[in-house]
Design a protein around this ligand. Structure first.
Ligand code: ADP
Ligand code: ZN
Ligand code: ZN
Length: 738
């Protein structure tokens, strides 16, 4: 019997496809984990071989041969293939699409798994035998010759040459003229070489405790929740832990929630560690992503820093996985293959038998519960390293106060004092644009998006009304379309509007607005951050982009303009998110010698969240909130899956979900699947969005196992429901937003 290739293809179906091997010769190492190009329907696809087998259900005459091997040896090694197969099962998502999400675009398109050709420089035989000192009249050439000698066969990449001080390129050409060096093109990744110039501070006791824990874990799986306020020395622990892993010849994978946080972390890692590193995130072009991926796979990159999808990067010598800001919701992919990179990082570490460190100032309740239940070690960094004091919190009751574009008199008084002392002030308002509502004062008409159940936000500078849910926009009307009145008014504040009033109130103080609008241009964010790091009085105003991870050493006052919004969210996770956000924003203040102050404006000063959080800290809040979740039978004390559907026609999404719900209820009726509740369908929180009607169906179970048993029997059949074609639908296991 001939051998058959079982291939996973990037199509939304829960099956793999069988092919005869390509007619060409079978490369010796080829098999599972290799890409092949295959005919599919009338076209061609790139797929991944998941098995080589001798049995197939497909009748012999229907089997088609694959067209070509795209890899002569497995592109994905056995542990990675196994992880991806596990992920496909856990998220009940087609394996072909999971593999597709894990591969860089160029590999998906069938490009060879090869680095780009780059110009390199090497010493010649003569150059190897020449004493650099012999070139003492040309010190730059002597220096470069010594460097090339040290690098040997690896050579020096032209881009590294360009980064060297002085006229290094000219020196290289001069060496070539003397016959001491040559250049040629060689396939190689663009690696970021660490400098390793910084001497580390001696670890503090609680930092040492974490390192000891990791050391004791040795070669085994050990999940650690590292809880430490901003400035408590978590990054320092990451550096030390990375050093330990590198010293035993291992690679380290570091996940961060936002692209914007990679440069700052990378800078610290490069200053400390003299090893090649790579970054992996969506800000790179396809070629750069492929290079970084291959550098990790070849073991050339010893440290890989990346966002969500870096969790799938191949690592032949894994030693440690770090997840920074583990509570951050950006780790959850929100469309297509909806995985949690944090959860997969833990699963990957378990399968690889390596430690995984989850760091944060504000643990997610999921991770906290894992720690409290003893599944994760729970370690704390209790104090700010370097002795900086924790900021003090104060709730500003703004009920009945005169607000000037959202600024209370008490907040302004505090701002005056901090600015006068050359401190920086950070104002947090999670709403971009000028105003969230445009209202006709004559008749009450409100500008609403035609495609969503949402209001338009007025972007005054751009002169546009924009919907923040579907990105549609239109010019601002001169007059009310209902009654013709020209008395159209902005209601509520966005960052643009606050920026304007700040310019009036503090004409001599520079104001930096940091939100999605002001950072749209490439490089704009870096420029703003650089400016924020200039000394002197300054006001930073922004949305949650400002709350995440960035260090603003001179900020001494943080003002939260509107805490009310998050206190009464519909989602059961709203309070957890709000608490995390408040602590994260507060963490920006008073990092250096100057103690910080955090003022929170609210109309609900008596809210229990604010009381516990500000009175006793995040930990106390989180533990209390966990008990509420336990009482209510909500995650992490329940497992959930959400089936979402949307359709242009009203009723279609709901019709499909209704049919799906009936099937689920029949399956949940008894036996193995008992204990799974099928709730809904109900309209989505924003029922109409981007022109589609949306609904959802919730499955909730006390036990993860019961939920997954039901999903495994239910999900593969959904596509066959007669109504399935009338709606776009997707399953979200462990949904974060509902
Ligand atoms: P986090 O990542 O928790 O915000 P960092 O690692 O950035 O904390 O540390 C905050 C500050 O304290 C940094 O300036 C860092 O250099 C300093 N720091 C950290 N650990 C130590 C230490 N063991 N001794 C002295 N300074 C330290
Ligand atoms: Zn009107
Ligand atoms: Zn819209």
């Amino acid at each position: 019997m001939a051998r058959i290739l079982r291939v996973a293809l990037p199509v939304p179906l829960y099956t793999c496809y069988d092919y005869l091997p390509p007619r060409e010769a079978w490369p010796e190492q080829a098999g599972r984990g290799c890409r092949v190009r295959v005919p599919f329907g009338r076209g061609r696809r790139v797929g991944v071989v998941v098995a080589v087998t001798e049995h197939t259900e497909v009748p012999q005459h229907k089997l088609r041969p694959a067209q070509a091997w795209l890899d002569a040896e497995p592109l994905l090694d056995a542990p990675l293939m196994a992880l991806l197969e596990w992920a496909a099962r856990y998220y009940h998502h087609p394996l072909g699409e999971v593999l597709d999400a894990a591969l860089p675009t160029l590999l998906r398109q069938g490009e060879p798994a090869q680095w780009r050709l780059r110009e390199h420089w090497w010493v010649t035989e003569q150059g190897r035998n020449t004493e650099p000192d012999a070139l003492n009249r040309a010190p730059r050439q002597a220096q470069l010759l010594a460097r090339l000698q040290a690098l040997g066969e690896r050579g020096l990449e032209a881009s590294e040459l360009a980064q060297m001080p002085g006229q290094a390129r000219r020196a290289a050409r001069a060496l070539a003229d003397r016959g001491l060096a040559v250049s040629a093109e060689q396939a190689s990744p663009e690696l970021l070489q660490g400098e390793g110039v910084e001497t580390p501070p001696a670890p503090l006791d609680d930092q040492q405790a974490v390192l000891d824990h990791l050391q004791a874990a040795g070669e085994g799986f050990q999940p650690i929740l590292l809880e430490g306020v901003t400035g408590s020395g978590k990054t320092e622990v990451y550096l030390r832990a990375t050093e330990q892993a590198l010293a035993s010849g291992r690679q380290v994978l570091i996940l961060v929630p936002e692209i914007g946080l990679t440069p700052q972390l990378l800078r610290r890692f490069r200053r400390r560690l003299a090893v090649p590193m790579a970054v992996f995130h969506s800000g790179l072009n396809d070629r750069e992503r492929l290079d970084a991926w291959l550098a990790a796979r070849e073991g050339r990159a010893r440290v890989l820093i990346g966002t969500r999808s870096a969790v799938f990067a191949p690592l032949p010598e894994p030693g440690l996985i770090l997840v920074d800001e583990e509570h951050d919701t950006s780790f959850k992919q929100q469309d297509g293959f909806r995985y949690s990179a944090r959860d997969l990082a833990v699963m990957r570490a378990r399968r690889l038998g390596v430690p995984v460190l989850l760091g944060t100032a504000t643990p997610s309740l999921e991770s906290l519960q894992n720690a409290l239940a003893g599944r994760y070690a729970h370690l704390h960094l209790k104090h700010r390293a370097g002795g900086a004091a924790m900021p003090s919190f104060r709730v500003l009751d703004v009920r009945g106060r005169p607000l000037r574009e959202g600024l209370s008199p008490a907040l302004q008084t505090a701002m005056d004092a901090h600015l006068a002392a050359d401190g920086q002030v950070l104002l947090f308002l999670n709403r971009r644009g000028f105003a969230p509502t445009l209202l006709c004062h004559e008749c009450g008409w409100v500008a609403e998006c035609q495609r969503c159940d949402a209001r338009y936000t007025w972007h005054r500078r751009a002169g546009r009304l924009r919907c923040h849910h579907c990105d549609s926009e239109q010019p601002v009307p001169r007059a009310c379309p209902e009654c013709g009145s020209v008395d159209l008014r902005a209601v509520g504040q966005g960052t643009e509007r606050v920026e304007q009033v700040l310019a009036e109130l503090y004409p001599d103080v520079p104001v930096l607005r940091i939100d999605r609008d002001s950072t749209r241009r490439r490089g704009a964010m870096d420029a703003l951050l650089a400016e924020a790091h200039q000394p002197g009085a300054r006001i930073l105003l922004g949305t949650q982009m400002l709350a995440k991870g960035h260090h603003f050493p001179d900020v001494t006052l943080v003002g939260v303009l509107d805490a009310d919004h998050g206190l009464y969210g519909a989602d059961f996770r709203a309070l957890e998110r709000m608490a995390q956000l408040l602590i994260q924003v507060a963490g920006r203040a008073g990092r250096a010698e100057r103690p910080g102050e955090v003022l929170i404006q609210t109309h609900h000063p008596e809210h229990p969240l604010l009381h516990t959080l500000l009175g006793s800290g995040y930990d106390a809040f989180a533990r209390a909130h966990l008990e509420e979740r336990r009482g209510a039978g909500l995650p992490p004390f329940a497992a959930m899956a959400l089936l979402r559907a949307e359709a242009v026609q009203a009723g279609h999404a709901r019709g499909f979900l209704q049919a799906a719900a009936e099937q689920a209820r029949a399956l949940a009726g008894g036996g193995m699947q008992a204990g799974v509740m099928v709730l809904g369908p109900v309209p989505a929180p924003m029922e109409r969005r981007a022109g589609r009607y949306r609904a959802q169906l919730l499955l909730q179970a006390e036990s993860r196992a019961a939920l997954h048993r039901l999903l495994a029997r239910w999900v593969p059949g959904l596509a066959a429901l007669p109504t399935a074609r009338q709606a776009r639908w997707s399953l979200d296991v462990d949904p974060q937003d509902m």
